[in-house]
Ligand binder design. Structure first.
Ligand SMILES: Cc1ncc(COP(=O)(O)O)c(C=O)c1O
Length: 413
């Protein structure tokens, strides 16, 4: 990557992202949809190309130079990501396609082995479909029961409900670290303590936290954490599951095939040690290596400075958006309790029309239910418009968002 950034200089950071140098509809692009997928720095793009140009080969199989180099780079990336998350060992880190696949891995492997009819899984009303549907499927297979923590008027968990909703039948609590709609940052450490007090496990959906703030699995005290590479400056097609070693070692395989076995007989097989047991088939090699590069990039900028930058942008955006009458913003008012994701409705204008007007000015936001239909039902709106901020966004882009919303209001008044 380029020279280390010694302090947080957003314009220097922007220059590392080739895609942001473009214009859209005659305007410099203001990319405010990083909660869906972030942009990629030059170092990550170059890393992908370097693999295919210089040492493309399958991992863990060849004794020739390219394969050895690919295997070394793939396993080095695992180590980088494991360290980034504060894991005790790289063996605790399983590469998956994305956060969704990681949740499904836990639901199939740990869930099928550990849940019995009548056991409880506790979720929350703010979960992404990725952290709901796999548990519904597990409940249908096992006879387990789902329950949900509700939300207060500012989109925070109603923690008092833990007293009644956590009990000796609860086997798992699965919660997002940061909501992709409300921005709410949940008290994961507290939830871990409460879950463990009834002998339940805690799964944390880190898809929206890992890219934006320091996340240390040992400090959080969780049992499982899932994340996606494409939201943290890495490529698509790569993400991961972190799990405590003893849990992972006790889990049966999820997918069967090559690379996950020790010995294959005609009628049975024995399985590889973790994490290989959970990485059947040829993995996303280039993507994993480039995710390691993305982690280097984020570490160079620093996760504390990134969080601080986003907190400042969030504060400014909430203040400026507050000037607009007829705008309803969802989520906590206090910037300490939320990340830089702002979902809103503009009275009388459909969220898709809001997004289309903004796009005409080169401002990219997302409109819809953001894969959170139960949450939108709770908010009593079918859809919202969402602006989400990252490492490369500036206060000027917030101003353009606000100007675009005023324009949308006028057009549809
Ligand atoms: C909170 C949250 N969890 C899970 C996911 C799923 O991520 P992926 O589609 O990369 O698996 C997302 C994606 O938007 C998300 O925001």
């Amino acid at each position: 990557m380029a020279a280390p950034l010694t302090q947080f200089d957003v314009l220097a950071i922007r220059r590392e992202f080739p895609i942001l140098q473009q214009e859209v509809n005659g305007k410099p692009v203001a990319f405010l949809d990083s909660a869906a997928s972030s942009q990629k720095p030059r170092a990550v793009i170059d890393c992908l190309e370097d693999y295919y140009r210089r040492y493309n080969a399958n991992v863990h199989r060849g004794v020739y130079k390219f394969s050895e180099e690919a295997t070394f780079a793939y396993e080095r990336a695992r180590g980088k990501v494991a360290r980034f998350l504060g894991a005790a060992s790289p063996r605790e880190l399983v590469f998956t396609r994305n956060a969704t696949e990681a949740v499904n891995l836990v639901a199939h492997s740990w869930g099928s082995a550990n849940l019995r009819p009548g056991d409880h899984i506790l979720l929350t009303l703010m979960e992404h479909h990725s952290n709901i549907v796999p548990w519904q499927m597990l409940a249908a297979r096992t006879g387990a029961v789902l329950d949900y923590l509700s939300l207060d008027g500012e989109g925070r968990l109603v923690l008092e409900e833990l007293d009644s909703k956590l009990n000796e039948r609860t086997r798992l609590v699965a919660v997002t670290h940061q909501s992709n709609v409300l921005g709410t940052i949940n008290p994961v450490q507290y939830l871990a303590e409460r879950a463990h007090a009834v002998d339940a496990k805690l799964l944390v959906d880190g898809a929206q936290s890992v890219p934006h703030m320091p996340v240390n699995v040992r400090d959080l005290g969780c049992d499982f954490l899932v994340f996606s590479g494409h939201k943290m400056c890495g490529p698509t097609g790569i993400g991961g599951l972190w799990a405590r070693r003893e849990l992972l070692e006790a889990m049966p395989p999820f997918l069967g095939g090559g690379s996950m076995i020790k010995v294959v007989e005609l009628d049975h097989s024995t399985y590889a040690d973790v994490p290989a047991r959970f990485e059947a088939g040829t993995p996303a090699i280039a993507e994993a290596i480039a995710l390691g590069e993305a982690v280097d990039f984020l570490n160079t900028v620093g996760l504390e400075p990134i969080r601080q930058h986003e907190r400042e942008l969030l504060g400014y955006a909430l203040e400026r958006l507050g000037e607009l009458a007829e705008l309803t913003i969802y989520g906590p008012h206090d910037c300490e309790q939320r990340g830089a994701v702002i979902s809103f409705t503009l009275q009388g204008v459909h969220p898709h029309d809001v997004a289309a007007v903004l796009d005409s000015d080169g401002v990219a936001v997302r409109a819809g239910h953001h894969c959170t239909q139960p949450l939108h039902r709770h908010l009593a709106v079918p859809a919202t418009t969402r602006a989400s901020f990252y490492i490369y966004n500036t206060p000027e882009e917030v101003d353009r968002l606000v100007a675009g919303l005023a324009k949308a209001r006028k057009l549809f008044a």
